[in-house]
Design a binder for this molecule. Structure first.
Ligand code: FAD
Length: 386
């Protein structure tokens, strides 16, 4: 039976980034991927800092991000339009292929290998083809598909948002549409692509939406997107994004990273979280395998140092937004029009800015209502919001 110090399940961004780090530190590892090849199609908005960490070649960057619009349900738009280059639109397929290319010994990434089960006592995992592999440490980088493994490890589910998007021929700037009726729990968006195309999309917490006609209807009823109603869809994408986090990230034998461990409360899973978690995971694995630590608990400690503050603030913002109806959001947007929206970051930072204004302007100053917002979510981080 083959045996490795580390077995990584999943060759998405998290698994591939981690694989390169493990290769660099000369650890014996294998990465098992059930797909037959790398490459998930879809535009992603990535900050300059993350692109630097990814070492993405310039020719793979589709579109620089200068202008960002925030739009409420009655078409009131707040604009950010300055010279700062905040990041780029990049195709996820290019990121995954680039991460794969950086790995010298490509044989360590094994395709068509579907992990069906593992036993933490004997430290043996089983593949669909009947093969078994022995491991010292297991990394779950399975993305949102790893639900059955999360159950097995006693991990609570994060919240997931259903996202649907289409590509059309048009020109537009990055736009975020906040609409708590049509896109509740998430938002609508426009992302400029190459060749005069854009992606328009939206996410909703109503996981029971399965009717394509209804989804399509909702998408094209969103403010800012109504004008694209009669445009032909060149390509359709759909899937789930985690927007909640989990209760447990590691144990003596395993660590869970990337979308498998949840996503940011405001934006959902994200590339920057995948690569930062992969780096922390690598450090905890190496320290433990070298005998410098007795457990991998360090992962959890370092994780909290890096993500906790942002997660709490995002959770608060999500909560404020969820508790606010469209009329109130429209009113606040109207009051904010013409104001300069501060911050040099990407949508996350700017979102925070807009929504914190919403909190300050509408609730604290006028109605003093949100000092003790009701806690109605099951997300484990909600108990930190006091
Ligand atoms: C519509 C949409 C828009 C997004 N926009 C952005 C954005 O603008 N900016 C941003 O930063 N992020 C964005 N994201 C999030 C980002 O794409 C994800 O956070 C990231 O790609 C997740 O990578 P991952 O490696 O954790 O998971 P995945 O990419 O899901 O990879 C997991 C891999 O594990 C494999 N696997 C699962 N189970 C098994 C098994 N049992 N055996 C073997 N292999 C297995 C899967 O086949 C898969 O290849 C977006 C996501 C979506 C869906």
């Amino acid at each position: 039976m083959e045996s490795f110090d580390v077995v990584v399940i999943g060759a998405g961004v998290s698994g591939l980034y981690l694989s390169k780090l493990l290769e660099n530190s000369k650890t014996s590892y294998v990465t098992l991927e059930k797909r037959s090849a790398i490459g998930t199609y879809g535009p992603r908005i990535i900050s300059l800092e993350t692109l630097k960490k990814l070492e993405m070649p310039k020719e793979k960057l589709i579109h620089p991000i200068h202008k960002i619009n925030f739009c409420s349900s009655d078409e009131t738009t707040l604009k950010i339009d300055d010279k700062n280059n905040r990041g780029y639109v990049v195709n996820l397929k290019d990121i995954e292929e680039h991460l794969f290319e950086r790995i010298n010994n490509k044989k360590q990434i094994k395709f068509n290998e579907n992990v069906v089960d593992f036993d933490l006592n004997s430290r043996i995992l089983k593949l669909l083809n009947g093969k078994e592999i022995k491991f010292k440490k297991l990394v779950l980088a399975t993305g949102i598909l790893g639900v059955k493994f999360r159950n097995k490890l006693g991990i609570t589910h994060p919240r997931n948002v259903f996202c649907y998007s289409i590509e059309i021929k048009a020109k537009d700037d990055i736009t975020t549409i906040i609409d708590n009726e049509l896109a509740n729990g998430f938002y609508g968006w426009v992302i400029p692509l190459e060749d005069g195309k854009i992606e328009i999309g939206y996410g909703s917490e109503e996981l029971n939406i399965r009717d394509k006609k209804e989804i399509d209807g909702r998408l094209k009823s969103l403010a800012h997107l109504r004008k694209y109603k009669f445009k032909k869809a060149l390509r359709v994408n759909g899937g789930f994004i985690p927007t909640g986090t989990i209760n447990k990230r590691c144990n003596h034998e395993w660590i869970i990273i990337g979308d498998a461990s949840g996503g940011e409360p405001m934006l959902g899973g994200s590339i920057h979280k995948c690569i930062d978690e992969a780096r922390l995971c690598h450090d905890a694995l190496i320290q433990n395998l070298n005998g410098e630590t007795i457990s991998m608990k360090n992962y959890e400690i370092e994780w909290e140092k890096l993500f906790y503050k942002d997660l709490v603030s995002q959770t608060k913002i999500r909560q404020i937004l969820d508790e606010t109806d469209n009329n109130k959001i429209n009113q606040v947007f109207k009051e904010l029009q013409g104001e300069k929206i501060a911050g040099d970051g990407l949508i996350n930072d700017l979102f925070r800015n807009v929504i914190m204004n919403l909190k300050e302007w509408y609730f604290d100053k006028r109605y003093n209502k949100f000092n003790n917002p009701p806690l109605h979510r099951t997300d484990p981080f909600y108990h930190f919001v006091k």
